[in-house]
Design a protein around this ligand. Structure first.
Ligand SMILES: Nc1ncnc2c1ncn2[C@@H]1O[C@H](COP(=O)(O)OP(=O)(O)O)[C@@H](O)[C@H]1O
Ligand SMILES: [Mg+2]
Length: 320
């Protein structure tokens, strides 16, 4: 391995920081702007009693968490997002497990920076949450992994979670718009209650299509190659390569970009700027991630479509 110099490191960091805009991201941002404008207008008129929100669904690795992070990063000038300040208009947290009303309420209070003593019951905790949301002037509350709100719950518990979420969006004290992101099961929770469904704009990060997305995927890989300022072998411009990459990523957009960045990082770390991106780099990355033998490596195996890339994958400790 050649010495890893600063320039290589910086390039890899830069590749990791790239956000590739997608149609679902554009819808997310457009919906968010609509909600924000409505909110500002209502506040100017002094009529704030109902808020609306967004529900963002996609499989694990599709890019939900990253999309919300990008949304906040890009819209910093439009809203106050610094949680160390008194006013913080956007808070984000991950739904805890088990997702009972009490646990979710306590986690929300902690995210809001409020010292939570632990002796209160669910409804009292949520009253406290609403007081804090008003004090902090929070317009949006983001709950990530929100599909867990329905997991291991009795029907009664599930209904009380849904009612609580609604009461956060509909209350005369200070309504806060919810941004729920999670796996496709989240749709069921939202659809279980028509009133809740009506208040949420739906955004879905769909899976890649093995035929339709060949060109876009090749294009994205080439853009990453150009940004890394390295060369690429002709095999990574081929349709068959795009199909292997999509399959290796289980047709999830985020995993596709993640594998591409890792393959380029491997090329850069091993060979520096003289590197030429090759199929082998992708195959090695898949091996690193899965320890799969060649026969189970979508970049190597002849009949790669029969491989289940999820079975051997592990993504950031998330359930895959
Ligand atoms: N639009 C994008 N552009 C570049 N990389 C992305 C994009 N969306 C997701 N990723 C990458 O994909 C991976 C998975 O994304 P993540 O947001 O964690 O997915 P999810 O929350 O849906 O499980 C991360 O490494 C992330 O950096
Ligand atoms: Mg996530």
């Amino acid at each position: 391995m050649t010495e890893i110099n600063n320039e290589t490191r910086k390039t890899v960091q830069d590749l990791r920081s790239v956000y590739v805009p997608t149609p679902s991201y554009r819808k997310l941002e457009a919906d968010f702007h609509k909600l924000l404008e409505q909110r500002r207008a209502d506040m100017a008129d002094g009529i704030v009693n109902k808020a609306e929100g967004i529900v963002l669904v996609g499989q694990s690795g599709s890019g939900k968490t990253t999309a919300i992070r990008e949304l906040i990063r890009k819209n910093k000038s439009l809203l106050q997002t610094d949680s160390t300040q008194d006013i913080c208009e956007f808070f984000s947290l991950q739904v805890p497990s088990p997702a009972t009303m009490k646990f979710v309420g306590a986690a929300t209070l902690r995210a809001l920076g409020y010292p939570y003593s632990g002796d209160k019951q669910g409804p009292a905790i949520w009253d406290q949450v609403k007081v804090q949301l008003k004090l902090r002037q929070t317009c949006f509350l983001h709950l990530d992994e929100a599909q867990d709100l329905a997991r291991y719950q009795t029907d009664k518990e599930r209904q009380s979670v849904v009612n609580t979420l609604k009461s956060v969006m509909e209350n005369s004290l200070w309504p806060t718009g919810l941004i729920l992101s999670g796996m496709p099961d989240l749709k069921k929770i939202v659809n279980q209650d028509p009133q809740l469904a009506r208040r949420l704009y739906p955004v879905e990060i769909g899976r890649l299509h093995a035929v339709r997305d060949v060109e876009p995927v090749l294009d994205i890989v080439q853009k990453y190659v150009a940004r890394a300022k390295v060369k690429a072998q002709s095999c990574v411009r081929k349709e068959s390569f795009a199909k292997r990459l999509m399959h290796a990523a289980d047709y999830e957009f985020g995993l596709m970009t993640e594998i591409t960045v890792q393959a380029l990082s491997k090329a850069l770390f091993n060979e520096g700027f003289e590197a030429e991106l090759q199929l082998r780099h992708f195959a090695d990355v898949f091996f690193d991630r899965s320890a799969a033998i060649d026969a189970l490596n979508p970049f190597v195996a002849e009949d790669f479509t029969r491989i289940d890339p999820r079975q051997i994958f592990e993504f950031d400790g998330e359930d895959a």
